[in-house]
Each structure stands twice: as C-alpha cells, then as structure tokens.
Design a binder for this molecule. Structure first.
Ligand code: ADP
Ligand code: ADP
Ligand code: MG
Length: 450
C-alpha cells in the first residue's frame, strides 16, 4: 500500500486525485507553478512544493523539479493525472530509475502506445480492427502512395498527437502536399515530434471507448464503454455511459479492448478508443492514463477508478471480477470551459466573482474553482466537469439541464449556455449524434440568449 503520493498536475484532476488518496489514507504532496499558488489542490494537499514559473514548460512539464520535489518530500509514488507528463515515457522512465512508482503503465508500454502509428501496428498484430491506413509514419511520397491505395478522404495524423491536435483532412489528392506539411508543422510545435501517418477518414463516426483496468498479475477487466461523439475540432465536450450501440457491438468492443491491453502487458487504468461506423468499429488509439471523462464510468459502475489506480500501483491484486461489474442507469458529463463560444471559443481567464454549485441525488461537480478564485491564463481552459447519473438517458439529460440551469459561474465567460443548447437539441436527445454534430449545427447551437 502506498503511503505518500505526489500529484504532478493541477486543476480539477489534482483535486480529484487528492480526494481519492485521502479516502485511502494516503498522504499527498501537491506541486504548483507560481500562478497556481492559491489553487485548491495546493490548499488541500498535506504538503505543497513550488516547482517553477507560470509556463507549463517551467513547472508542470519540468521533470527534474517534479522528481526532486518527490524525493525531498519522501513521496514514493507520482500520479501524473492527464495532459502534462501523463503520457511521457521519459518521465515514467525517470521515475523508475530513481525508484519512484509511476501511477500508470510502464515506460515501455507508454512509449509503445504513445507512438500512435506504432500502436496501430501492434493492434493489428493482436487482431484488433484498426482504421485502414499507412503501416507507420510516412514521407511525402509514401503518404501519397497510401492515399492512392485507400482513396480519399483521408486523415493525416501526428503520431505523437493528443488533445485533437496535429490532424488534417484531405478530400482531394491535389491538397495532400499542403496538408502534409501543415500537419507536420503543427505536430512539431505541439509535440516536438513531426512524424505523421495516414488513416482513412471514417465519415461522421461515433467515438466510443472502453475503460480498462489491469493489475500486475495479469488480470485485465473492462468497465464498459463511453460515447464521446459530441466533439468540437476533435476534442470532446460531452461524454456519456453507456453508449447506444447494440449489445452485440459493445461486447465485441470489450473483447477487442481486453485483447489490446493483454497484447502489450498493460497495467493500471487505460482507455482503448474506437471510431464506429454502423456496426463496424476501428481502433484509433490507446490513452495510457486516467481520462477526463472517467467519472461517467464511475457513476454507472460505482467503481472509483482513481482509487483502483492507486491500489494497483501499490501492488494489490484486483479483487474485482468481470462478472461483478455491473452498469446501471445512465451518466452524462459536460466539460465546463472558461471560454467564449461566440468568439471562436477563445479562452476567458479571470476572476470568478461568484460560484453556486447545485447539489442533489446523482449530481457531481469535479472542479477547482471557488468564489474569488482567479483562473490563470497559462493553462487549459477546462475549469470543471458536471456529471449526472439518471435511471435512463432521458432522465440524465433532464437532470443535466436542470443542473446547468442552476449552476452559476460569474466573472468569466463559459460554455454553459452552449452546452445547454446541445442538451436541448432534438438530435442529441434522440441519440442521433456523431463527431460531426457540433460543426453541423454550430450556428443554431450558438443562438442562445446572452
Ligand atoms: P481525454 O482523452 O482524457 O478525453 P483530452 O484528449 O481532451 O482528454 O486531453 C485531456 C487533457 O490533456 C486536455 O486538457 C488536453 O488539452 C491535454 N492533452 C491531451 N494530450 C496532450 C498532449 N499530448 N500534450 C499536451 N496536452 C495534452
Ligand atoms: P487524439 O490523440 O488527439 O485524441 P485521436 O486519434 O483519438 O486523437 O482522434 C481524436 C478524434 O478525431 C476522434 O475522437 C475522432 O473524432 C477523430 N478521428 C480520429 N481518427 C479518425 C478517423 N480515422 N476517421 C474519422 N475521425 C477520426
Ligand atoms: Mg483520442
């Protein structure tokens, strides 16, 4: 059992992880940038260490300072949260080298799955259906050859990609070269690695993913799936569990996801992501970390995924069995961002002048904001997540609408009204949603009263 854990992250996920640690009576060490010195995670942890300046590169991405903080405070393990260093194999390796437990899979597995082109090759080997495309990273000429082979439309994707960045659609062959260099440039800037690969563009798919838990003794379980099709620019906005796919398809995905995890000797929590078209599903990537939308799975299964992560990392054998994992009712999560949808969703940092959070049965608010908290301009615009659990999908939709109606965040612009428009949309209510939904209906979704 772990005694003391350092949380190498900020924001709502740092608060979420601290909470799980406290429940297990594990001591916590927070790290923070100068801009975050008044943050909730700093106040809640047993100890807090400043690891550098405002820029993420100086603080939350500063491997050496984070490792030093862990060593100096006697933390035996590091939870990386999501984003930042969570999928950085060099950081996981550094932890391994100095004898600190990295709460996630091994550096080797992170590296294998983090290279998305290589991960696809491994998955094909394992017999998991993947999106047709190149065998790995491609040069301009190889890319053109693959494009001719599989036919447009195609997607050019960064092999180091994440957060929906580094992707370009090519609909006519003449546009390939320009898109190729644009994708490379964006990948270089965002991930310091400009390798790209090619995938067939699946038109208006659903995004459905399977949550996995694996211990160090070869036990691999799935916790069912989440539908994350409501996206803007390939970034999720609303997620739910379960999906509306037929049972037969869901079960085939569970089998594929477990096969995927077993093939790479996966340990800890992870998510296998698929795009789905009709009854056909294709692997796109595995996220080797806790995901933003994990709470919807927690709501329907009653399993605390971060708690499981901590227990697995502490060396415990999973007591759960697949048969005992049941899903009940329906859960929905919305991501609350400090941004202005009417101005191209530009970030809107600043002072929270007033916060009122609704309470009720099956309502959860994962966040780090409080009245008088100043949202710094240096990081992601996500300031919280509202999660609701209902007995049916419609019940959950109605509960979410009522909850958002009551939620008050004053002082900064947020996407709250925009989310409400999605929840009111007849196609959303019918479950008639794919990854093109937001763009297709954008004008209407922005037509809320200010
Ligand atoms: P999830 O895959 O958990 O649904 P996202 O893909 O939106 O969530 O990513 C979670 C968070 O981590 C977001 O804040 C996103 O901006 C950030 N993120 C994801 N991948 C990367 C990456 N490779 N580099 C930097 N930030 C990332
Ligand atoms: P990231 O690492 O940025 O999360 P993913 O590979 O998971 O990248 O893709 C992000 C999103 O982009 C998916 O959820 C989906 O909406 C879209 N996408 C990715 N690959 C394809 C594809 N081959 N066809 C259609 N849409 C895709
Ligand atoms: Mg993804």
């Amino acid at each position: 059992m772990l005694q003391r854990v350092l949380i190498a992250n900020r924001g709502e996920i740092a608060v979420r992880i601290i909470r799980a640690c406290k429940q297990l009576e594990i001591e916590t060490v927070a790290v923070y940038s100068l801009a975050d010195r008044d943050s909730l995670h700093v106040q809640l942890a047993d100890e807090a260490v400043c690891i550098g300046g405002n820029a993420a590169a100086d603080s939350y991405l500063n491997k050496e300072n984070i490792i030093s903080a862990a060593v100096n405070t006697g933390a035996e393990a590091i939870h990386p949260g999501f984003g930042f260093l969570s999928e950085n194999p060099a950081f996981a390796k550094l932890c391994e080298d100095v004898g600190i437990v990295f709460i996630g899979p091994t550096a080797e597995v992170i590296e294998k799955m983090g290279d998305k082109a290589m991960a696809k090759r491994l998955m094909r080997e394992a017999g998991v259906p993947v999106v047709p495309g190149s065998e790995g990273e491609v040069s301009l000429a190889e890319g053109q050859r693959v494009m001719k082979e599989i036919g447009v439309p195609i997607l050019i994707k960064a092999s180091a990609g994440g957060g929906g960045r580094g992707m370009r659609v090519v609909r006519d062959e003449a546009g390939f070269e320009k898109a190729y260099y644009a994708a490379k440039q964006e990948a270089k800037a965002a991930f310091s690695h400009d390798g790209v690969y090619i995938e067939k563009l699946i038109e208006n798919p659903k995004h459905v993913e399977v949550q996995i838990l694996a211990d160090r003794y070869g036990n691999v379980l799935h916790l069912g799936e989440r539908d994350c099709s409501v996206q803007r620019r390939n970034q999720k906005i609303i997620e739910e569990a379960p999906s509306l796919l037929p049972m037969k398809v869901r079960e085939a995905m569970f089998v594929a996801a477990i096969k995927a995890a077993k093939h790479v000797n996966y340990t800890n929590a992870g998510t296998v992501e698929f795009v789905v078209s009709g009854d056909a599903f294709f692997f796109i990537e595995m996220n080797t970390r806790i995901q933003v939308e994990h709470p919807v799975t927690e709501m329907v299964t009653g399993i605390d995924i971060v708690r499981e992560q901590l227990l697995i990392a502490g060396g415990r054998k999973m007591k759960l069995s697949q048969k005992a994992i049941r899903s009940s009712g329906h859960a929905i999560e919305v991501r609350i961002n400090a941004e202005d949808p009417r101005h191209s969703f530009r970030p809107s940092p600043g002072l929270i002048e007033m916060l009122h959070v609704p309470q009720g049965l099956g309502i959860r608010f994962d966040s780090m904001i409080y009245t008088d908290y100043e949202i710094p301009p240096f990081y992601d615009s996500m300031i919280g997540k509202v999660i609701v659990h209902g007995f049916s999908r419609l019940d959950a939709i109605r509960k979410m609408r009522a909850t958002l109606e009551e939620l008050v965040i004053e002082g900064v612009e947020t996407n709250q009204a925009f989310l409400q428009m999605i929840l009111m949309h007849p196609d959303y209510v019918k479950g008639n949603v794919n990854t093109g939904f937001v763009l297709e209906h954008l004008k209407g979704l922005l037509a809320y009263e200010a």
